[in-house]
Design a protein around this ligand. Structure first.
Ligand code: B16
Ligand code: MG
Length: 215
């Protein structure tokens, strides 16, 4: 039985991938570190510091913790500045329809995002009030594929993990959902996951999946 749906943010509700890519590219070029889209691909759903560690695999020097914090700050400043460009028109197709169908059928909805900028993004796209709970990078120590962010969302909603379905675009996110004991609904890149319970071309397929599992 599904009583709640927990949505990943980046790549599911809104596409900020390109902004993350450009911000990491800016930082990498400053440091003369090789960085391309295939490396960027590995950063999907992964926290900011873990993303930096992946990028630094190509670095020619060893960075101190202090230097790493500065690099992450350079990336984030650039990224946050670019978020000024996003608004309601950046909400991905089908999302508003899905949210409204779930709400009118009494299904609770939450956000489970690795991003420490999740609330800023939700404010920019004017969706903050739509969600009964928001769990993000500021609530957790271990990011996806650890289950933490989804477990926090379930606690905030007051729903047992076994009655939650997670919508994700990253394989790490589907892994996190399964580790949390939840159903995993994969869109986009996450469709490669072997662990997903459902895979969809169109997020609107979620409506039938949930409504067929409410009893
Ligand atoms: P920030 P999600 C993730 O968000 C992004 O997919 C990932 O690329 C990013 O590194 C991570 O948030 C941390 O973001 O630097 O803003 O804290 O997909 O879990 O909503
Ligand atoms: Mg994502």
């Amino acid at each position: 039985m599904i009583k709640a749906v927990i949505f990943d943010l980046d790549g599911v509700i809104v596409s900020t991938d390109e902004y993350h890519y450009k911000a990491w590219k800016f930082m990498s070029e400053k440091e003369n570190i090789e960085f391309d889209r295939s490396i960027n691909h590995r950063l999907r759903g992964v926290s900011r510091m873990e993303s930096l560690h992946i990028i630094l695999e190509k670095a020619k020097k060893v960075y101190t913790t202090e230097e790493k914090v500065k690099l992450a700050q350079i990336k984030n400043d650039y990224y946050v500045e670019s978020l000024k460009n996003i608004n309601e028109s950046d909400i991905l197709p089908g999302v508003l329809e899905v949210l409204s169908a779930l709400k009118s059928n009494g299904i609770k909805i939450a956000i489970g995002s690795s991003s420490r900028n999740a609330k800023l993004i939700l404010n920019r796209i004017k969706l903050t009030d739509q969600f009964e709970a928001i769990a993000d990078g500021t609530d957790i120590k271990n990011s996806k594929p650890a289950p933490d962010v989804f477990l926090v969302a379930a606690v905030k909603l007051g729903i047992d993990p076994s009655e939650c379905l997670v919508v994700e675009d990253a394989e790490a996110g589907i892994k996190a959902a399964k580790r949390a004991g939840m159903f995993g609904f994969a869109v986009g890149d996450a469709k490669k996951s072997q662990e997903a319970d459902y895979k969809a071309e169109d997020i609107k397929e979620l409506i039938n999946v949930v409504l067929n599992n409410v009893k």
